[in-house]
Design a protein around this ligand. Sequence first.
Ligand SMILES: N[C@@H](CCC(=O)N[C@@H](CS)C(=O)NCC(=O)O)C(=O)O
Length: 203
Amino acid sequence: MKLITSPNSPYGRKVRIVLAEKRIDCELLLTDVNQPDNLALAHNPLGKVPVLLLDDGKPVFDSSVIVEYLDHVSPVSRLLPASPRQMVSAKRREALADGIIDATVAIMLERRRPQPQQSEDWIAKQRGKIERGIIAVAEDLGDKKYLLDDSYSLADIATGVMLAYLSFRVPELDWASQHPALAHYLERLEERPSFSETRPQAA
Ligand SMILES: N[C@@H](CCC(=O)N[C@@H](CS)C(=O)NCC(=O)O)C(=O)O
């Protein structure tokens, strides 16, 4: 298998952490999605990373489909619970974390447009998603060690990637000082080799 991703893609990082936790060997093919001839476009009509290329060359996207597939192909370190109710609970938390990342990316892209074309209303709308999302995650975690039944799962991987991405891309949001328990939770996650080996690097 091969994984097409970009160095700092949070969705790609989620997949890379899952690969590491499950000890699945996978070659990384790095591409720049801002280039017109990027590798993702050859395998995903949406031109987005990550894309997993199976051994027969078939592409799998997006990140939530990839991680669910990886959890099924290897029994090592199960990251999604077997019971449908618990499984959907983990996937809902993944969807919330991914949605917060989507809103963060939307703000970043808006800020790159020429100043007169930027919409403050649009940015405020995206910020609202991030702020409500973080409050929901903090309430969900409470004083637990992990989000789901106090055992490490895909919900923690997706949430940890999201929190680290917020600190990386919008440090001024300073979610950590408003939610110290969440900050401590991220610190613990970042100690795992799967997290520490996939940290985003300043461009
Ligand atoms: N929902 C997708 C989102 C993927 C995504 O937006 N990736 C970004 C990189 S972080 C991308 O490829 N952007 C290029 C584009 O939208 O053209 C997933 O979870 O894989």
